[in-house]
Design a binder for this molecule. Sequence first.
Ligand code: NAD
Ligand code: MG
Length: 391
Amino acid sequence: MRNLTILGATGSIGKNTLTVVDQFPDQFCVKSLTARNNITLLAEQIQQFSPELAVVYSESDAVALKKLLMPGNRTEIMFGEDGYRSAAVHPDVDTVVSAIVGAAGLLPTLSAIAAGKHIALANKETLVMAGDIVMQRAKEKNVSILPVDSEHSAIFQCLSGNRKKDLQKILLTASGGPFRNLPVDQFESITPEKALAHPTWEMGDKISIDSATLMNKGLEVIEAKHLFDVSHQKIEVVIHPQSIIHSMVAYIDGSVMAQLGTPDMRGAISYALSCPERLPLNLPVPDFAGIGALTFEPPDMKKFPCLALAFSACEAGGTLPCVLNAANEVAVDAFLNKRIGFIQIPDVINHTMKKHHTITAPEIDDILLADQWARQTAAQWIVLSEDKGSV
Ligand code: NAD
Ligand code: MG
């Protein structure tokens, strides 16, 4: 039996994780659940899974959540950063599913590592911001960081049973997002509604926009560098619109291992929670004859500059990936709120990265300061552009 904390329980990954838990009640027990403010869904999850602890962001939501629970419910309700930390270090828990979106996932994940919890990592931003520190601390505490991101789960599976020194390169697949075939001169017309409609995966808003700009793939390049300890030069992005191949690993003899499956996050989530055992999820095997063809193409980094920006941040290292991530979060939020257009997203990030003085080998405080600085710098750029009427 594995005892779990799910950070970000009400999100796309959180809900999928609870579906897996529900399917295998003799394998998993939920000890704590956290969310930001979706208290109606969190209340339902509490009734169904009876965790010992549930956490929301604000005190007022904690009060409102208590009122939604049945009389006599014994789940302790906490709020704010202390609450998230308590969930991350819960004494009965052995594995923490890190599925908060964005930079907010970093500190609870570090707390969980410090407390010796194994991590099922969906929150790629944790590794983008502070990959060196996170991997080092995990090593010191002898905890495993198992990927929930489907590409990294695929790479992890393709690496197992092989020697690291035989690796030639990682082939990170990408669906290409909803605008793969849209001519760049029509990018002005992209609305948040259009960008949120991902062709193959059902995901939260932020990662859906990241998939449309290809920033998601850029963040995944940085995530792969840290998770598998490889140089960015050994990571190649390949567009594969069907999302059946979840990623591949090429070896020095030219042999390529791939992991394939129906696009459904329960596969990667359950493998992160149970490997090397595989759970009988009953997901359909892809109907290859029905699909007919699996296709591949190179990414167009001129059309999708976010991917190039992520590669350059990955190469520079230090605080620059953290700055890339923070500026991206601010830009995506501004796009979702219709303050900037789709094509301004890379402009905001590029401007912020250019202004940053990168600190090499940063401590965690340097990372947190760089994150704050980048948010302010990106936000100022957006206000200035609005004033100029250029967006
Ligand atoms: P989501 O927006 O659907 O859910 C995010 C969860 O985090 C929610 O429970 C929300 O309440 C909580 N949250 C948001 N902001 C918070 C804050 N400031 N403090 C505390 N909690 C907060 O996101 P998602 O699609 O489930 O993605 C979660 C993470 O997993 C992201 O890092 C994403 O990149 C990664 N990921 C997602 C998928 C996917 O298929 N959705 C695939 C691979 C990786
Ligand atoms: Mg992914």
